[in-house]
Each structure stands twice: as C-alpha cells, then as structure tokens.
Design a protein around this ligand. Structure first.
Ligand code: NAP
Ligand code: ZN
Ligand code: ZN
Length: 347
C-alpha cells in the first residue's frame, strides 16, 4: 500500500479534516500521479452532507484532479513518469456492458466506480477522491492534459467541463441555436464558454444580478435576472435549449415556458429534493426535459483536446485546503467566481 494523506469527512455531520489513507500499490495497468490541484464541485458538498443518500464514510471528496505522473505499471502504454495527468468523476467501470463498449462509461449498467463515495469493481473496496496528495488509477481512466494549459485552471474541466461539453455535443448545440445557461456557477460558466465556442447565442438565466458583467466577460450575449418577472416574460418561447445547472430545488415548469416548440431542457444540476413537473408544461410545445451525466472517457479526452486547441480553461479562485469550509459556505450562497480550486501544496 502507498501511504497518502487527504481531507475527509468522517460522517455526514462532521467537517472535513486531515486524514491518512492508503492507495493501492501501482498495478501493471495503473498510473500513480501526485495531485497538484483539485477543483471543488457542488457535488462534493452534496455528497459529504449525504444529500443524495447512500454515502460511504469516511469520505475524501474531489473529482477534478490534476497532477504529474510519479509511477506507472509495467504494462502501461499511455503515460510515462513526468507526464501531466487528470482524473474526473470515474476511475473504473465494468468495461463489458453495451454502454461501456460504446464509450458511455458514465452510464455503465453494471455500476461504474466513481472516484470517491463509491466501490471498486470488487464491489467491496471504497474509493477516495482528490482532496489528497496522490492517487493510483487504471490508465484507461487517466486523461492527458496539455502542457500549454494553466494546470490549476484546467482541473475543473474534469467535471464542470465535461458535464457541460457532453450534452451540448449530444444535442448538437451550435450556430443558429439560442441556448440558455440556467445558474452561473462552476458548471454554468463552462456552459457559457462551450456554448459560445460552438457558435450558439448564449443567454444566462441567473438569480444574481451582480454576475451580469462577469457573464458578458465570459462570452454570454444576454443576461436575464430570473427573479424579475418582466425580464423572464421577455424570453417566453425564446430558447432552443436550456442547460440547467442549478444545485437547489427550483420550478422546472417556469423555465419550460421559455422554450420554443421542440425545445429541450437539459438537467445537469442535481438538486437533492424532487420538484413537481406538469405535463402541460411539455405538451403544448412538444417540449422535452432530459438529463445528462458527466461524459465518457474518450469524450472527456476529446473535450480536453478541444480546450487545448481553443485555450479554454475555468475561471478559478485558488484556495488552501484549510479554507475549504468557507469556500463551501460561499458556494451555498451562489458566490462562486467561478470555481474554487484547491492548491494541494497546502495539504
Ligand atoms: P455551483 O457552482 O454552486 O453553481 C450552482 C448555481 O446555481 C449557483 O451559482 C446559482 O447561480 C444557482 N443556484 C443555486 N441555488 C439556486 C436556487 N435555489 N435557485 C436558482 N438558482 C440557484 O454548483 P456546480 O458545481 O456548478 O454544480 C451545479 C449542480 O450540478 C450541482 O447540483 C451538482 O451536484 C451538479 N452536477 C451534476 C453533474 C452531472 O454529471 N450531471 C456533474 C457535476 C455537478 P446564480 O447565482 O446564477 O443563480
Ligand atoms: Zn463534479
Ligand atoms: Zn459497464
């Protein structure tokens, strides 16, 4: 075993604190990389508080992980010591189901292995995430990161990036489309960047009027304050797509009214509580409400390569790990500009 250190929540009611953990020895197909930075996703907060249920404790969160390779197994072909490496939300999957065979490991029907709060494919061994100094991952679930990108700012691409890239690609959002990005946080700000890069007209729908200047700097063409009924009314029936990144309960029916005929409301935000959905929000305009989970491994690499070619990274605020709880407090208030990233040198 490899002795590692990290920050863990011992139960859903305790704060994160330093914790020693073991990583497995580097197997024939494994890559070990030392973690330089880890992004802070709202999913980390949902999970350490066990808002989605079934949490495995102690829990070391973190699934926007980047760093440099320090060891590789003797069968590894894709990485060598010294390479930049990244890992997102998954570290393994069954590899044999139809979804895995089609590069959709995020929808593995036998249960993939998430980076933390999950079990290895032996269905016994818990996984621990990136709020840690080092990690060992099968090379098939390690991504290449271009040396030209700012490494700290590239970390959030591993979750916030792929989670917004994948649905925009799936629904072929681009030129001629009007895209709304609902919620301007970590996912939302990447949704703007990709929407603009793909050629869509991008409108931010936000509860925070003070984010308008930032939204425009990020490339958004329009900005609507959702608490202002007149502003919301002005975009009734306007959008082809809504990319919904809101982390808390909200009224889907209100936003479905903003879609054109055949419009699609794409849920990536994962509020812990259910909300009512009226059939009559969908029927009159043949509208759809859909969901999307991160992206497959090949698509994540495609996204990282796209980001390298187009110089796209996240807008980040670098924090020390001891400041994680104040960062979560700000996240809960919607005060994220636009992703916290932990400088792991502070561990
Ligand atoms: P975040 O940085 O906290 O951003 C969420 C944004 O939603 C806030 O900044 C705020 O934006 C808006 N918001 C928050 N509460 C709201 C409310 N009650 N009503 C309306 N808007 C509200 O979070 P994130 O890291 O981007 O994650 C967003 C959600 O996506 C989380 O639920 C997370 O678990 C989920 N997620 C899903 C996937 C997936 O694979 N599907 C992957 C990663 C994360 P404004 O200030 O602009 O209103
Ligand atoms: Zn995430
Ligand atoms: Zn599978």
């Amino acid at each position: 075993m490899i002795a590692a250190k990290g920050y863990a929540a011992q139960t859903k009611d305790t704060q994160l604190a330093p914790w020693n953990l073991d990583r497995r020895d580097v197997g024939a197909h494994d890559v070990q990389f030392d973690i330089t930075h880890c992004g802070v996703c709202h999913s980390d907060l949902h999970q350490i508080r066990d808002e989605w249920g079934g949490g495995i404790f102690p829990m070391v969160p973190g699934h926007e992980i980047v760093g440099r390779v320090v060891a590789v197994g003797n069968q590894v072909t894709k990485f060598k010591v010294g390479d930049l490496a990244g890992t997102g939300c998954m570290v393994d999957s069954c590899r044999v189901c139809a979804n895995c065979q089609h590069g959709l490991e995020q929808y593995c029907t036998n249960g993939n292995t998430l980076t933390y709060n999950s079990l290895e494919q032996d269905k016994k061994t818990p996984t621990y995430g990136g709020y840690s100094n080092t990690i060992v991952v099968h090379e098939d679930f390690v991504l290449h990161i271009a040396e030209t990108l700012d490494l700290a700012a590239a970390a959030p691409l591993l979750c916030a990036g792929i989670t917004t890239y994948s649905p925009l690609r799936h629904w072929k959002v681009g030129k001629g489309h009007k895209l709304a990005v609902l919620g301007l946080g970590g996912l939302g700000h990447m949704g703007i960047k990709f929407g603009v890069a793909f050629g869509a007209e991008v409108t931010v729908l936000s509860t925070s009027p003070q984010k308008e200047a930032d939204a425009r700097k990020l490339g958004a063409h329009n900005f609507i304050v959702t608490s202002d009924p007149a502003q919301l009314e002005s975009v009734t029936g306007y959008f082809d797509f809504i990319l919904d990144s809101v982390s808390a309960e909200h009224d889907y029916n209100q936003y479905l009214a903003l879609l054109k005929t055949d419009g699609v409301h794409i849920c990536v935000g994962a509020p812990p509580t259910p909300s009512a959905l009226l059939a009559f929000s969908l029927i009159p305009g043949r509208k759809s409400i859909a969901g999307s989970s991160i992206g497959g491994i090949a698509e994540t690499q495609e996204m990282l390569d796209f980001c390298a070619e187009n110089n796209i990274v996240s807008d980040i605020e670098l924090i020390n790990i001891e400041d994680i709880h104040p960062a979560y407090d700000r996240m809960l208030k919607g005060d994220v500009r636009y992703r916290f990233v932990i400088d792991m040198a502070s561990l």
